[in-house]
Design a protein. Sequence first.
Length: 390
Amino acid sequence: MHPAQLEQCNGIDDNCDGIVDSDDSFNATAWYIDGDGDGFGDDDSAVVACVGPASFGPIGGDCNDDAAAINRDADEICDDIDNNCNDLVDDAPVDGDTYFSDVDGDTYGDFDNPTTACMLGAGVSVDGTDCDDYDAAVSPIADEVCGNGIDDDCNGGIDDECAIDHCGPVLTSELWAAGWIHRVTCLVDVRTTVIVEEGAQVVFAGPDAEIRVGDTAPGRLLVPGTTVGSIEFGAEDAIGSGGMYFGAQDTGSVLSGFTITGSDPDRPAIESDAEWLDLSSCAIEDGFGDAVITHDGSALSMHDCTVTGMLGHAVVAGGELAALTDTTISSNLGRPLSLGVEDLGNLGGTSLTGNWVDLIAVRGGTVASDMTWPNLGLPYEVAAESMWPA
């Protein structure tokens, strides 16, 4: 300790001036009067000292030292007062409502950009369902614009509910794209390759709506769905319409991952004269007629399918039934299975019970080759030739 030493707050007269811890000590701090006792003082009342005077505290920033509920740690509430002393009134109040940023001004906001306020103001919306807040043409009330690759109406689908009409012969290969409703409005004669993309919907519109493949010229239909229902076929009218026919000039149609609903009462959902027809991961349901009919010389393979709710017969295999595996046929008014007298293949894992007519029909005639009729849990009945389709 000597006269040249700096005074510091340590309880000692460091500079020998007779004053211990004077206010000009080099490490003295600011103190603020805390009139309301909330732990925060008024910045305008600051004094520098080693020890604060009575009613002073070491923290300032109180914007109203007469109200203990107002300080830097207070919650902002809707009361037209700056409760948390951040120089903003009623900003992000804890008792406010949630609004959403509406940059494009279409009255729909961005759910991922919320804010809390006491009342609705400019640039925000009470609705957070806008899927593009930088485009006023995109909102939940917008009309879907077909073919622009945008979810205009914010329903999670791009170009959904957009319809393309198909009618007449198909002479060049076509892709029936996903996200669109493909309306078959008359007989569509496939004379080349048509691919129905996964996610597409095909609607038969009107009594003459039908898809015929390989009937008048070589053609094929490819339905490459990966799961049941990933490609939908259905009738536009409640009475049912449409159907698919595969002719003798079919060049290898394959249908997988599809659903057919509401077929026509006067024709089956699927009919084939093709050399081979392969159906898998499918559901044929709630139709007004038969589900599947194949004719003499046409082989049928079905795997992992269900046929339910048909008012006619389920599967009529007039030719070879090459395979009917892991398939459930139930709740149909007609026979679950009708067999021709050509070859009979694998029927493993198939359930045929629970139909109104619980028997398997076998067409009377000459057996074409050695056949074993397996025990499928239902009796066999030899049926007259007249019950078979021509």
